[in-house]
Structure formats: C-alpha cells, structure tokens
Design a protein around this ligand. Structure first.
Ligand code: FAD
Ligand code: SF4
Length: 508
C-alpha cells in the first residue's frame, strides 16, 4: 500500500525527515492549501501569498524529482476545509492507512494530526541544530536559563567563529558595539526584491479573492518564493548589508524599514534556506575580511542562539504555552494595532510598515509594539494572535516565545530576567520617530507627555511586588521613589486617564 507523506507549508526542504522516509516509487506526498490554516488567525495577505506560492513551486520541484504529489489547491471544489479532512480524503483515494508527518511547529496542528484515525508516525524536524531532547537536557542541568550560555554551547557545537575551544576575537558576544542609532543614508544597500512571476501572480489573485478583508496590503509583493530566489537573497544580503548589520541592528528609522537587516527569516522558516548554511556564509565573509566581527557574530548569534533557543523553549513549554499570563494582563488589543488612528509617531510607523510590508525588525517588534502592549496591560493571548497574524515570518514555534516569553513577560522571567519595557528616552535614542511626534518625548506629565513615559512608571508601580527585588530593576524603583509624591500621583493619574481613553477606543 502507498504511504502518505505530509509536507506542510513551512517544510519546503529537500532533506526534510518526511521526504527522507519516503519511497518515491510507491509513496504519495500530500500537500494541501486549506482554508482552516489560512484563517486560524487572520494572516497577513502577503504571508498567505508567500506560503501558497512557495508550496506550489516546491510541489512542482518534487514532481520533477520523481515524487508523486497529491496537491490540493485552495478554492478547488474538492479541497476539504482542514488538513485532517484533506489527509483522510487522500487516504481513501490511494487506499492508504499510514501517514508520515515531520513534526509541525504549532501545537494546535500537531494535536490535530496526531488525532487522525490513521497509523501516524511523527518524525522529528531535524532542520533545527538543537533537538528538543538536547534542549531539555540542557535545561535540566541549570537553575537559571540564559540564552547567552546556550549560545556559547551552540558555538562550541557548530564550531562557528571558534579557534579551538575559544571564541574568535577573544569574546563571545560583541553586542555592546551593536547598539548604535542610525542616520538616513540614501546609499544604504536595499534588500533584493523579486518581481512576481506568473505562478506568484496566480496566487496573488487567489489571495485577493479570498482574503481581502485581512489586515495588510498584498501588493507590492516582492518576497523570494523558491530556493533559487532565497539563495539570491542570501548572496545579496551577505555581500551588501552584512558588513553594516551589527552597527545598525537596533536602530529604527521612519523611512528605512529594513536598514541592514537580512529579511531572511521567511526563507529560513519555510525551509528554503538552512540555518547552518546561512551562518557559514556569514562566517566566510568574516574570514575573507569582507565583514567585521561584530556584524558576523551578531548575525550568527541571532540564528544559532536566539532562533534555536526559542525553538527549545516552545517545545519545552507545551500546548498550553499560548495561554500563559504571568502578569495577569487582561485588556483588549487597541484598534491602533489593526491600523486604527494614533498620535504616537513610533507606533504609527511600526504598524504602518507592518501593514504595508508584513515586516518589522526585531527592535520595532520588541520595543515599540511589544513594549506598548506590555505597558498598556494587554492580554498576551491577543498580542500573540496579532504577531502570529501580521508578520511574514510568523509561525507559532518562533512567534510565541518571542511574543509571550520575551516581549510580554508571560512566562514570568523564563526568557529574560526582566521585562522589556522602556520610557520614550530609549525610543528617542534609537530612532528618528520622536522628532515627528505630536507628543513630546521630554515631557513626563501634562497634555503632551509621551505615553511611554507615563505608562512606564505606572507599569513599575503596578508590578512593584514582583519586580522591586529584581537586582536589574532596583535602580529604577529607587529613581521612582525619589520623585516627589505629588509628581508620582500626577504620573499615575495621567497614566490611568490615558489607558481609559485607549481602552474606550479614543485615538491616543
Ligand atoms: P535579522 O535581523 O536579519 O536577523 C537574522 C536572522 O536571525 C533572522 O532572519 C532570524 O532567522 C534570526 N532571528 C533574529 N532574532 C530572532 C529571534 N528573536 N528569534 C528567532 N530568530 C531570530 N522571528 C520570526 O522568525 N518569526 C516570528 O514570528 C517572530 N516574531 C517575533 C515577535 C516579537 C514580539 C519579537 C520581539 C521578535 C520576533 N521575531 C520573530 C524575531 C525577529 O524579530 C525576527 O526574526 C526578525 O525581525 C526577522 O527579520 P530579519 O530576517 O530581517 O532578521
Ligand atoms: Fe513614541 Fe513618545 Fe517618541 Fe512619540 S514621543 S514617537 S510616542 S516615544
């Protein structure tokens, strides 16, 4: 009997465990575009277009390499509404009772696939460099989890930027050199963008028909959609932007959404590029003297450090993870996140860019939209849903730990020893947003006071019991306590008024 081999939309890799297990002469590769997966959250139209286009191209690639692919297209009358329904239809068509799945990075889907009434084999997704069991063992040996220690082990394990057992340059981490602001620069290299080919155009039409109500602009669409394009995007980044990556990593500019970031996360997450090949390319640039160590180390750390670390955390925490809420935040997500009006120039810029490009870089996600949601006491489940929906690279295994763990402190410190909150001063230092804002970043109270200033102190006051004893936050509490009582009262009153206005739908 033929066996069914499921290939999901973010499993587009020739060497995928499921494909290695397949016998092209008898097995059937099942790929399906189903409505349930495009609408589980209201995914950004560019993201749906990217995943469907990349799936179609990968299916063609597999067929050209001798596989039999049963491919279900969205909108075809016979396509079922959900993946389990589609798999059962294919099992009936081919008389098959065996299903091979490469473990998905989404607990909801994982559970749904395990429950399918066929003989299901769940294979490990070994495209990650650190298997979940190795991560769990690493966690078991430690009292406290810190990414930095994990990262050093990953450097040793991969040998990247190592001289024997020592880090090249005598230091593991060059982050202190990577916290600079940036200036507009017309000569800054732009990422490589791809004009849609006929296959992409067909999918763009389909997405226009079915998902025009989802938040986000579909066009212009310029993402790489197959391995060949992904390799071109990688080459371009490595040659043109990597040298400036470190210096500009944390900076934010209203008119330059990409700065020197790679935009490679969708390619890596879909499986079009492997994390190790990307890191090796960056490492080679350092050895060839074409990119400085702070840039190359910073870039590699994001991939073998943060990316692998959050995957481990996601697997460790299990299916209930998206409901964690250590700070008991319960407010609804304000309309500004879905494009509603706001006077805050920073939030406006980050959301507008997200709507137009399905992209914002790490610091915009963490210190603008994430910071504001945390200060405003938004229920992390809503924040999680938003991030999962709006970004081109968002898949639960990577989005949830970044949003819930790192950005919203929902895990109570598992992913960072203190919450990522800041007043307006940080945003002013790292961006050009404040110069164009209705609010005044230097005002701490009064009608023009920057909302981040008011909400920052209110957040610390609200969560005093939890954070005052945290050594990394004690100084902030001392500063707050030294302020005149009347000033503190004004801050708290104005912050309350601001939140009431926000939650009643007023554009703050
Ligand atoms: P670059 O800045 O060029 O970084 C290089 C690569 O490093 C990225 O392509 C990515 O593969 C990896 N990387 C960097 N930081 C992280 C990180 N924290 N976690 C995992 N990988 C990382 N990343 C996603 O891939 N999907 C998400 O859904 C996602 N959601 C996020 C939500 C929040 C609240 C925050 C704070 C971060 C999130 N990130 C997510 C991490 C990071 O913002 C993106 O990986 C990065 O912005 C992608 O753009 P880039 O390819 O230009 O990255
Ligand atoms: Fe954002 Fe405050 Fe600066 Fe305005 S003043 S851009 S709200 S940080």
């Amino acid at each position: 009997k033929p066996r069914l081999i499921l290939v999901l939309g973010d499993q587009l890799t020739d060497t995928l465990a499921g494909l290695r297990a397949a016998d092209p002469a008898r097995d059937i590769i099942v790929m399906a575009e189903v409505m349930a997966e495009s609408t589980a959250v209201p995914h950004h139209p560019q993201k749906i277009a990217l995943v469907l286009t990349a799936m179609r191209k990968f299916a063609r690639h597999l067929s050209q390499h001798g596989y039999t692919v049963a491919y279900s297209r969205l909108g075809d009358p016979e396509t079922g509404p959900s993946l389990p329904a589609e798999i059962l239809r294919r099992a009936a068509d081919y008389g098959s009772d065996r299903l091979f799945v490469t473990t998905p990075g989404d607990w909801r889907l994982l559970q749904a696939l395990e429950a399918i009434p066929l003989n299901v084999s769940m294979l490990p997704d070994d495209r990650f460099l650190c298997p979940p069991e190795a991560f769990t063992a690493w966690v078991a040996e430690r009292k406290q989890l810190r990414m930095e220690w994990f990262y050093r082990d990953m450097r040793r394990r991969t040998g990247l930027l190592m001289e024997g057992d020592q880090p090249i340059g005598g230091q593991w981490n060059f982050d202190p050199e990577n916290r600079k602001a940036a200036k507009p620069d017309l000569l800054r290299p732009k990422p490589l963008r791809f004009a849609p080919d006929a296959e992409t155009e067909a999918v763009l039409g389909l997405v226009e028909t079915h998902f025009s109500k989802h938040f986000g602009k579909l066009r212009p669409f310029h993402w790489p959609t197959d391995r060949d394009q992904a390799l071109q995007a990688l080459d371009h980044f490595i040659t043109h932007s990597l040298p400036r990556f470190g210096d500009e990593q944390d900076a934010m500019l209203t008119d330059d959404p990409f700065l020197s970031h790679s935009l490679l996360s969708p390619c890596i997450n879909l499986g079009l590029l492997s994390p190790l090949e990307v890191c090796k390319r960056a490492e080679a640039e350092y050895h060839a003297g074409r990119a400085p160590l702070n840039a190359v180390e910073g870039f590699i750390r994001q991939i073998i450090g943060w990316r692998e670390y959050v995957r481990g955390i996601w697997a460790l925490n299990g299916p209930d993870y998206p409901t964690w809420n250590a700070l008991d935040h319960t407010a609804a997500l304000p309309a500004v996140y879905w494009g509603g009006k706001t006077k805050m120039a920073c939030v406006k810029a980050a959301v507008a860019q997200t709507r137009d490009l399905a992209y914002a870089h790490h610091i915009q996600r963490l210190m603008i939209t994430g910071n504001f949601a945390l200060l405003a006491g938004i229920d992390p489940a809503f924040v999680h849903e938003w991030y999962l929906a709006v970004y081109i690279d968002a898949f639960e295994w990577v989005e949830a730990p970044n949003t819930l763990g790192m950005s919203q402190f929902s895990c109570g410190g598992q992913l960072g020893s203190k919450p990522y909150v800041s007043s307006g001063a940080y945003i002013d230092r790292m961006s050009d947003y404040c110069g164009n804002c209705v609010y005044k970043v230097k005002d701490r109270t009064g009608p023009d006071a920057c909302p981040f200033n008011l909400l920052y102190w209110q957040f610390l006051d609200r969560h005093r019991d939890r954070f005052a004893k945290n050594p990394r936050m004690a100084q902030m509490y001392r500063t707050w306590d030294k302020m005149a009582e009347s000033h503190r009262d004004t801050v708290l009153r104005e912050a309350d008024q601001l939140l009431s206005a926000l939650h009643s739908g007023a554009p703050i």
